[in-house]
Design a protein around this ligand. Structure first.
Ligand code: TRP
Ligand code: SF4
Length: 400
């Protein structure tokens, strides 16, 4: 019923690395050409766990946006903004909290998991319990249809769908719905109103799905309907009430298989990362000093790529010929490890070069980034305000 709209957020809690690039950002860059996209800095979400180290968030916000831009996220194709600059998220979070059963939040798998994982920190807070609900507000306020997330976030999207359903159930049946829907039909104008009514009857009395689709298409074409009337007419077709908040779908991003410098998955907590825009000399040094097959002590010892953390990087960065050269050379002691690592170094540097170049423009002139975000916040706010008007209205907050 709504056009596809993609929304995703990222918490500003430190440097982005090549794992983020391969796992998330490349996806964003692709999607920005396929859908309307909104990407935002989830700074309030970062505060739920980093409430005692706000400096980290403050430092990471602009760097993270520069990383996005460096990776190829294009403000001409995607709306980029900062969560806390669209305070409507907080208002929707508060209003949704009125109808959110505590048990739903307490049962979230991420709630206990994260508390255990970050056991050094007291996460028995109101804010942390509400983390998934704040995320729901982020999503529902834009009526996003698609939310690209990793596996771990799927329960949050499912929760968001349940919140939307509960909200629509409680508030969608406005008093006088039938009358308002009838008035909205009239506003379509004589011919279209007759067509709508006829299609609706055909669907309701004969279960004619094609008629339902035609009626929806008819509504999609109407430019002059208010959002409220549009929703009433969609709801009226199928007999239900108004659908105020729409249920999003999770768009599963394949888990990042980006290997780190030690063979484990690249992750800040393993201290095995290469930053997105890491200095060339540093990248070279990090890869040169990577551990290799521990059994290969001398240059003349044959090695086994399957026991070496460099090999997974060749799988990411090298073509078949190069991979063959590594396999053959390693197992026969025909090549040395430094030799073997050089193509990986070259490939990483080549991957980073355009990113570093794009970033430089923004580092030279920080106002560019500030302006991109200011524009994005303005666009996001407009969408958010429209949803909030509907939400306030159905929750009885538009006192006249
Ligand atoms: N919780 C998400 C994460 O940790 C970040 C996030 C916050 C988010 N709000 C969102 C992601 C809304 C998608 C949609 O990755
Ligand atoms: Fe690893 Fe390459 Fe050395 Fe073999 S030659 S042990 S694959 S770095």
């Amino acid at each position: 019923m709504f056009a596809d709209r993609v929304l995703s957020g990222m918490r500003p809690t430190g440097n982005l690395h090549l794992g983020h690039y391969h796992g998330v950002l490349k996806n964003w860059v692709r999607m920005q050409h396929e859908y309307e996209c909104l990407f935002f800095v989830a700074d309030w979400h970062a505060l739920t766990t980093h409430y005692d180290t706000p400096q980290i968030i403050e430092q990471s916000v602009w760097d993270m946006v520069i990383d996005w831009l460096a990776a190829g996220v294009d403000p001409a194709h995607a709306t980029l903004f900062i969560q806390s600059r669209v305070p409507e998220h907080a208002e929707l979070h508060l209003l949704l909290s009125m109808i959110t059963p505590l048990g739903w939040l307490e049962r979230m798998p991420t709630y206990k998991d994260q508390q255990e994982k970050l056991s050094g920190k007291d996460l028995a807070t109101y804010g942390f319990l509400g983390y998934p609900l704040l995320q729901s507000a982020d999503i529902l306020i834009y009526r996003a249809t698609q939310v690209p997330v990793g596996e771990d976030q799927v329960p949050h999207i499912e929760f968001t769908r349940e919140i939307a359903r509960r909200f629509n159930h409680i508030y969608g049946r406005e008093p006088g719905f039938e009358e308002k829907a009838a008035a909205a039909v009239k506003k379509l104008g004589g011919k279209k109103a007759r067509l709508y009514t006829e299609l609706r009857t055909r669907f309701q009395e004969q279960g004619d799905e094609a008629a339902l689709e035609s009626a929806k298409a008819l509504l999609d074409e109407q430019q002059n309907l208010s959002h409220g009337d549009r929703e009433r007419l969609f709801g009226f077709l199928e007999g239900g009430g108004k659908m105020i908040l729409s249920e999003p779908q999770a768009m599963l991003t394949a888990a990042s298989k980006m290997p780190g410098l030690d063979g484990q998955k690249m992750s800040k907590s393993y201290n095995n990362t290469i930053s997105l825009r890491e200095d060339e000399a540093e990248v070279t040094k990090k890869i040169r000093t990577m551990p290799t097959d521990p059994a290969r002590i001398r240059r003349t010892d044959a090695g086994d790529p399957d026991k070496c953390p460099v090999w997974p990087l060749h799988l990411v960065y090298s073509g078949a010929d190069m991979q063959q050269w590594v396999q053959q050379g390693c197992r026969s002691a025909g090549i040395g490890c430094i030799e073997c690592k050089q193509p990986v170094i070259d490939a990483v540097l080549a991957e980073q070069r355009p990113m570093r170049e794009r970033a430089q423009v923004y580092l030279d002139d920080p106002t560019l980034v500030r302006n991109i975000i200011a524009d994005g916040c303005e666009k996001a706010r407009e969408l958010a305000r429209a949803t909030m008007r509907d939400v306030r209205e159905v929750m009885g907050l538009e006192y006249k």
